[in-house]
Design a protein around this ligand. Structure first.
Ligand code: NAP
Ligand code: ZN
Length: 358
């Protein structure tokens, strides 16, 4: 690495998984110097996405250890490169999943960098200079300014951090399928980090929102704290049947293998299910509920930078933030265990500010 990346001179403290055991340990590494297009960010908060857990455990078989996870990053700019005009020192900013893309293809030109075939992620990616990218479970980040967004003044940086991945991941398909229409009926499958923000977008835009969950214990809170209108336990076939053909749209955020059949039955004729969860095993997709209902199953990955900024501004306007549990870095492993056990309301965020005992 040293010979291919000579300008990686900045020493950074972070946390990394070094094997698939599921544990994180302190890790000191190097980041590049701040280049002409770069900004340097003092990281204050980083959300813990289930994707981090997939990478830490090598669920998808693509992890390059040591991996420093984290792609829900918020902080303050401490340095800007000479080509940077839209950010200045002191700005409150966020970085999500994107670290680099080709900048030339039809998708990059259309602000859909997330569909560029040379896309590189904020961690476990390979940057333009050949170095492996390290994410936000660390004290400082150097990012190309084209992949950085402003955080509205009205949003606290800790509760805004999960918007950089969980927020944009549900917002993008909601927009694409024109879901955000008052009075429409939305189903949200899986009430975790992504799911609870989908509920909030739905309610902010005046939709009727039904949560479809495997956890009966989440019902009261889903209704009182998040404002969900209805709650279905997916393992209760009677209630599921009673709600057949009732929903216009579904967002499926589940992190584990499951059947899409019972979810599709909930959709009206021509309804759309947007899949954003990324289980390591193929999902079951029975043909009958698909063909008899003329229904659509669609996929989506995060969002482009322009849309991420738009989503942030929408969140600023409607005061949408994540429900979080703040953890100090010495408790990351505990938080990962709880995330794996589905015991989080609804996103862990690491407090990386100086007062926390990093
Ligand atoms: P999370 O906070 O762990 O939430 C996932 C939810 O899925 C859980 O809260 C749980 O909800 C449900 N669930 C978990 N295990 C289940 C099982 N065995 N059967 C049925 N339901 C189960 O995870 P997250 O951070 O929201 O991420 C969710 C998934 O989206 C992950 O696979 C992640 O990698 C993926 N993701 C995709 C994108 C993208 O761009 N497409 C971006 C970010 C994340 P209930 O208790 O309500 O059932
Ligand atoms: Zn994520």
């Amino acid at each position: 690495m040293a010979e291919t990346t000579p300008n990686h001179t900045q020493t950074v403290r972070g946390w990394a998984a070094k094997d698939s055991s599921g544990k994180i340990t302190p890790f000191v590494f190097k980041r590049r110097e701040n280049g002409a297009d770069d900004v340097t960010i003092k990281i204050l908060y980083c959300g813990m996405c289930h994707t981090d857990l997939h990478y830490i455990k090598n669920d998808w078989g693509i992890t390059m250890y040591p991996v420093v996870p984290g792609h829900e990053i918020t902080g303050i700019i401490t340095k800007v490169g000479s080509n940077v005009s839209n950010f200045k020192v002191g700005d409150r900013v966020g970085v999500g999943c994107l670290a680099a893309s080709c900048l030339k293809c039809e998708f990059c030109k259309d602000s859909q960098e997330n569909y560029c075939d040379q896309l590189q992620f904020t961690y476990n990616g390979i940057f333009w200079d050949g170095s492996i990218t390290y994410g936000g479970y660390s004290q400082m980040l150097v990012a190309d300014n084209r992949y950085v967004v402003h955080i509205p003044e009205s949003l606290p940086l800790d509760k805004a951090a999960p918007l950089l991945c969980a927020g944009i991941t549900v917002f993008s398909p909601m927009k694409q399928h024109n879901m955000l229409q008052p009075g429409k009926k939305l189903g949200v499958v899986g009430l975790g980090g992504l799911g609870h923000i989908a509920v909030k977008f739905g309610k902010a835009f005046g939709l009727h929102v039904t949560v479809i969950s495997t956890s009966p214990s989440k019902e009261t809170e889903a209704k009182t704290r998040l404002g969900a209108d209805d709650f279905l336990v997916s393992t209760d076939p009677k209630r599921m049947q009673a709600c057949a053909r009732s929903l216009d749209f579904i967002i499926d955020t589940v992190s584990a293998k499951h059947s899409l059949g019972p979810m599709l039955e909930l959709l009206k004729i021509r309804g759309v299910l947007a899949l954003v969860g990324a289980p390591d095993q193929p999902l079951e997709l029975p043909s009958f509920p698909l063909i008899f209902g003329k229904r659509t199953v669609s996929g989506s990955i995060i969002g482009g930078i322009k849309e991420t900024q738009e989503m942030m501004d929408v969140c600023g306007k409607y005061n949408i933030t994540s429900e979080i549990e703040l953890v100090t870095p010495d408790r990351i492993n505990e938080a990962l265990d709880r995330l794996a056990r589905n015991d989080v309301r609804y996103r862990f965020v690491i407090d990386i500010s100086p007062k926390s005992n990093f």
